[in-house]
Design a protein around this ligand. Structure first.
Ligand code: URA
Length: 275
């Protein structure tokens, strides 16, 4: 193909394949070449509003640049704001609304949707994963991608459906490129998760993977700790809790599915009343 200086040397087909390769590698969020001073952009993009009621749908809409501008909430302040905000919610619906309005975690700025929960609140079992991935971010529901489909099959293997359990994540927004959430991100979301467990009020809590286990049980070493029942104090009562291997890990290490099977059998036995 002839190209003039400065024109694109790639053919449309090459570009399509390049984009597909980026997507396969998890690069699905375009970033700009130059850093943007978003605090300045935010101030400039928010002129004083004219007085009067905003009755037209969308009249109150905040410009996209302002909506997506990060709010520089210091870590300690974000955590304490999260604690008071989460504690003030007296139902799961209120908690979801509080989380949707919470500005103390910048993951919300790159995410498409808040991923709060799926399944049935009040179920006897609650599963807590790490963070939404791409499919979850697009659908606004936890565990709907490949790992989620495996989780569905794992549940089915012990006679449970998604609607028989309640499912959430430690952080409710997708970290860009599916990276592990940072300690600051998990710390600012943790009070919401603690309150979500309290309000969902399950009899059994199952952490899926090491990040969830660290945040909720304060321990590391998922391969050693998985499958052990422990007490978990929800703040209103003590329930039984266990960590299992994360389904995404099981997709990469299928031989370890036998460990997950043991843990599922233990969960089923506990649900059936075994001591
Ligand atoms: N992995 C998680 O930890 N949570 C999801 O919702 C999906 C994948």
């Amino acid at each position: 193909m002839q190209t003039s200086p400065g024109s694109n040397p790639w053919t449309p087909d090459e570009l399509r394949r390049l984009v597909a390769w980026y997507a396969a590698m998890g690069v699905d969020a375009p970033l700009e070449e130059e850093p943007v001073d978003r605090l300045a952009a935010r101030t400039a993009a928010a002129p004083p509003r004219a007085p009067g009621p905003a009755t037209t749908p969308g009249a109150d809409a905040v410009p996209a640049t302002a909506r997506r501008a990060p709010v520089a909430v210091p870590a300690a302040e974000a955590e304490s704001l999260a604690r008071t905000t989460a504690a003030a919610a007296s139902t799961l619906d209120e908690l979801r609304a509080a989380l949707a309005a919470f500005e103390g975690c910048n993951l919300r700025l790159t995410a498409t949707n808040l991923v709060f929960a799926d399944g049935t609140p009040g179920s006897r079992v609650m599963f807590v994963g790490e963070a939404p991935g791409r499919d979850e971010d697009l659908q606004g529901l936890p565990f709907v991608g490949r790992a989620g489909q495996l989780l569905d099959r794992m549940l089915k293997a012990i006679g449970l459906a998604r609607s028989d359990v309640y499912i959430a994540n430690i952080v409710p927004w997708r970290p860009p490129g599916n990276r592990t959430p940072t300690p600051q991100e998990t710390a600012s979301c943790r009070p919401f998760m603690i309150r979500q467990i309290q309000l969902a009020n399950p009899d059994f809590l199952v952490c899926l993977g090491g990040v969830s286990m660290r945040e909720l049980f304060g321990t590391d070493g998922i391969l050693r700790q998985r499958g052990k029942w422990r007490d978990y104090d929800t703040g209103t009562r003590t329930i039984r809790a266990m960590a299992m291997l994360h389904p995404a890990y099981l997709l990469r290490q299928p031989l370890h599915k036998r460990l997950a099977w043991r843990d599922l059998v233990a969960l089923k036995a506990a649900l059936d009343g075994a001591p």
